[in-house]
Design a protein around this ligand. Structure first.
Ligand code: 9UX
Length: 72
């Protein structure tokens, strides 16, 4: 199955930050798609809930040096 989670990602100040966060998210096991928007500080992540959960995605954002939180 597939779920979509929306996250706020704080601390991104440039396009390279966006690319960095997208790359980190896309490299996570179970993540199928990740799109991050600088203007809104929002990220949308499509993932397999059998492999990864929302908390683990937030932790990956935090480990990359950004502030992650769950929207829904
Ligand atoms: Mo460049 Mo974006 O060092 O934080 S990657 S500003």
């Amino acid at each position: 199955g597939t779920l979509v989670g929306q996250f706020t990602i704080g601390g991104m100040t440039c396009a390279a930050c966006v690319n960095s966060v997208e790359g980190i998210l896309r490299d996570l096991p179970g993540v199928k798609r990740a799109v991050v928007a600088l203007a809104t500080s929002l990220g949308e992540v499509e993932y397999d809930p059998n492999v990864i959960n929302k908390d683990e995605i937030v932790t990956a954002i935090e480990d990359a040096g950004f502030e992650g939180s769950l929207v829904q």
